[in-house]
Design a protein around this ligand. Sequence first.
Ligand SMILES: Cc1cc2nc3c(=O)[nH]c(=O)nc-3n(C[C@H](O)[C@H](O)[C@H](O)COP(=O)(O)O)c2cc1C
Length: 419
Amino acid sequence: MKELAESCTSRRSFLRFLAGSPLLSLVGVPSCTSRNSSGGGGDSGTSDLHDLGQLVSSPEDAINVFDFEAVARNTIPPAHFGYMATGVDDDATLRANRAGFGRLHLRPRRLVDVTSVDMSVELFGERWESPIVLAPAGSQRAFHPEGEAAVARAARSKGHLQLLSTVTTTSVEDVTEARGAPVWYQLYPTTRWAVTQALLRRAESAGCPVVVLTVDLPVGSNRETAERWARIDGRDCASCHAAAGDFAGYVRRKPMFDGLDLSGLTGLDTPGLTWDFVRRLKDNTNMLVVVKGIVTREDAARCLQHGADGIIVSNHGGRAEESGRATIRSLPEVVEAVAGQIPVLVDGGFRRGNDILKAMALGATAICIGRPYLWGLGAFGQPGVEAVLDILRAETELAMRLAGTPSIGAIDRSSVVRA
Ligand SMILES: Cc1cc2nc3c(=O)[nH]c(=O)nc-3n(C[C@H](O)[C@H](O)[C@H](O)COP(=O)(O)O)c2cc1C
């Protein structure tokens, strides 16, 4: 015990010394990835303890979800970590997503019986134990060899809804089997309707009840942080990746495109996409259609007009446009426009139980996490994802207790106030 106390004291003195020293910039990852630089590359906002070697060696040792980010920085190859961590331009929107939560304060109520807490929510008639959903993220085998299947097993053991990306590196059939239940399928519209239709048919056959149409990337985006991380990765990318510009080669490596005629397919997104596409989807699938990437009241109203069954307020985790606006700031206007007619989910920067509580207070039906579970996956595989989910659920439960809101229904606009 004494030994531990002494080592803590000397570590603290060392940290104090280091904090004021130019040495700090020499520790850990290259400066382009520093949390304080505009180059971004990490979004924890925690102290620099992680960079000084205080990495957890097992999921059980993690104190919060950022502990997994710190480990994942070391376990995931640099180019792949950069792909996960990146925002766009100066990563301002990536940071804004986090900062937005700090601009909302809680208004806890006292002397409420919080002996038991019910954080369950309902989505399209199905009850989930918590409002925490796994957002779609492409290429998860870039973070861990078991990729989406490991995430599916974690979602199964912890009882969470999983959304599967169009550019998954594990097929929808294999993920459904690992999950032991259907997942929601995320769709990029693609430049060829025949390919889009084939993806829809395959998701339907796998039992997906919902297709999530992502609309926030009509064209590519400027991911400079990803580029910088890629430049420090000395491996030979050509052994796994198609050459730059070889789009057919890129999708051919994605299992959802197996066996499809890819001639004429030039992209997953199409700049010509308009609202008619939402109606077209509705008319061509028996899955419910949720639109992901909505951040304004005007577009929320259009979702309703075009028959969308749900909305995900999202800026793609700060990876699409550099709006500089947090999704938690966009949420109220979308909720207001929708007026309870369809569910409104939200993602972007959720890292703490308090963040989740704040979103529920602003009218979200559920929230999605992206990077935190990818950190867990990259750090420890399935047990890492499970631990991330455990931590976020425990934090949400504690936050609800401390706020005097023992059920999701008890959380409302009066639970928060603008800072
Ligand atoms: C590595 C990575 C890959 C992603 N791939 C997709 C994707 O294929 N489709 C999609 O709709 N969103 C994708 N997203 C966005 C996420 O679904 C989600 O909107 C975002 O990660 C939420 O922000 P957070 O990471 O701060 O939690 C991706 C995000 C990351 C970090």
